[in-house]
Design a protein around this ligand. Structure first.
Ligand code: PEP
Ligand code: MN
Length: 358
C-alpha cells in the first residue's frame, strides 16, 4: 500500500499520516519526490485497510502496489534517485556518470596509493578496493581487513576520492561503515538477508551487486530488503551472470539496465571487469554500458596486474584506464550525461582538507 500525498501537503500532514500508519502497527517510509511525497507502508502481512488514511488531510490517494517490491519501485518515486555525499560534489545517479575505479583488493599502501593517484588523475570520483574478499578458495588472499580500510581512508584524505569497499558479513560491515563512503554487498551475498537488513540500518549508501544467477525480480527484492530497514540510498550493479558462455568469466547482461530503469528509481552501475573477466573486453563493454544508459561504471585497475593477489586477468593498466575515460566521454554526451575531465598533477588543490570532511 502506498499513500500519495497532495503536492502542497505540509510536513506536519506527512508526519501525521506516518504516525497513523505506526498506530496501525505498520512501518511508514516517507519518500519525497519532485512533485509530491509518497509514503510506502511495510510490515503488513495482508492488505492494509485504506479507509482511515484516505480521509486524512493532505492525502491525495491510497493505492495498492501490485508488485512484490514497493520502495524500489517507480510507483513510490517517479524520478531517478540521486545519491549525494556530504562534503563532496560526487553523486551517483545524476547527470555526471559515477566512475568507481581501483584494484580488486587492497594489497599494500604502496599499491593502493599508486593506483589511486592514477585513477584520480584520470577523472574517477570513487575509489574501490576490497579489504575483505569473498574468495572461492579459503587458501586465496582474504584481504588486509581493518588495515586495508585504514589505507582506504588515507586515500580519501589524500585525493578526495569517495571510498567503495565490500562488507562480507555483519562484523566487517561494522568496520566498513566506519571507514568507507559506500558499503558494497557482493554478488555472493545478494541474498544474505541478515546482511542486507544490517546494511539497511546503516547511514551509508549501499552498492548492491547482482547475484550470479539472480533474476531482475530477485535483485530488486534484495534492494527492497535494504530499503525496508530505512536506508533508501541503494545503488544497483550489474556484474554479469553465469551462462554456458566460456569466452568470458560471466555474461554481462546489459539489457538489465533499461529493464531496471523502467521499474525502479534506483541508480544502476555496470561492472565490466567481473562481467567479462578479461582485460581486453573491459573497455568495449564500458563503452556499451554508457551507451545503454548506465549511471556509471565500476572498473578494476591495477598497476601490476600480473602480480595482483586477486582478479589480475580482468584488471586494466592505468594507461588503459586513461584511454577508457577518453573513449566514454563522447558517448556520455550522446546520452546527455558527462564524465569528469582528467585532473592534472597539481589537482591535489581540488582535494578538500581532511578536517572539513565527515
Ligand atoms: C569485487 O567487486 O571485487 C567482487 C568480489 O565482485 P562480485 O561480488 O561482483 O563478484
Ligand atoms: Mn574483483
Amino acid at each position: 500500500m502506498l499513500v500519495v500525498m497532495q503536492a502542497h501537503a505540509t510536513p506536519e500532514q506527512v508526519r501525521d499520516v506516518c504516525k497513523k500508519i505506526e498506530t496501525l502497527g505498520y512501518r511508514p517510509h516517507a519518500i519525497p519526490g519532485a512533485q509530491r511525497t509518497a509514503i510506502g507502508i511495510t510490515g503488513n502481512r495482508g492488505e492494509v485497510e485504506p479507509g482511515s488514511l484516505e480521509e486524512m488531510p493532505g492525502v491525495q490517494e491510497v493505492i495498492r502496489v501490485s508488485k512484490p517490491y514497493k520502495l524500489v519501485s517507480r510507483d513510490v518515486k517517479e524520478e531517478n534517485s540521486v545519491i549525494t555525499f556530504p562534503g563532496s560534489e560526487a553523486t551517483i545517479g545524476g547527470r555526471a556518470l559515477a566512475v568507481i575505479a581501483g584494484p580488486c583488493a587492497i594489497e599494500s599502501r604502496e599499491q593502493a596509493f599508486a593506483i589511486a593517484e592514477r585513477v584520480h588523475r584520470a577523472g574517477a570520483g570513487f575509489f574501490r578496493g576490497g579489504a575483505y574478499k569473498p574468495r572461492t578458495s579459503p587458501y586465496s588472499f582474504q584481504g588486509l581487513g581493518e588495515e586495508g580500510l585504514r589505507i582506504l581512508a588515507e586515500i580519501r584524505d589524500q585525493f578526495g576520492l569517495r571510498i567503495v569497499t565490500e562488507a562480507i558479513d555483519n562484523e566487517s560491515l561494522d568496520l566498513v561503515e566506519e571507514y568507507a563512503d559506500v558499503i558494497q554487498i557482493g554478488a555472493r551475498n545478494m541474498q544474505n538477508f541478515s546482511l542486507l537488513k544490517r546494511a539497511g540500518r546503516s547511514s551509508k549508501p549501499v552498492f548492491l551487486k547482482r547475484g550470479m544467477a539472480a533474476t531482475l525480480e530477485e535483485f530488486l527484492m534484495a534492494a527492497e530488503y535494504v530499503m525496508s530497514e530505512g536506508n533508501y540510498n541503494v545503488i544497483l550493479c550489474e556484474r554479469g551472470v553465469r551462462t554456458f558462455a566460456d569466452h568470458t568469466r560471466n555474461t554481462l547482461d546489459l539489457s538489465l539496465v533499461p529493464a531496471v530503469q523502467r521499474l525502479s528509481h534506483l541508480p544502476i552501475v555496470v561492472d565490466p571487469s567481473h562481467g567479462t573477466g578479461k582485460r581486453n573486453k573491459v573497455t568495449p563493454l564500458s563503452r556499451a554500458a554508457i551507451a545503454v544508459g548506465a549511471d556509471g561504471l565500476m572498473v578494476e585497475v591495477h598497476n601490476n596486474p600480473d602480480a595482483a593477489l586477486s582478479d589480475g586477468m580482468q584488471s586494466i593498466f592505468p594507461d588503459q584506464f586513461d584511454e577508457l575515460m577518453a573513449q566514454i566521454r563522447p558517448i556520455a554526451e550522446v546520452v546527455d550525461r558527462y564524465v569528469a575531465g582528467p585532473r592534472n598533477k597539481s589537482a591535489a588543490t581540488d582535494v578538500q582538507p581532511a578536517a572539513t570532511r565527515p
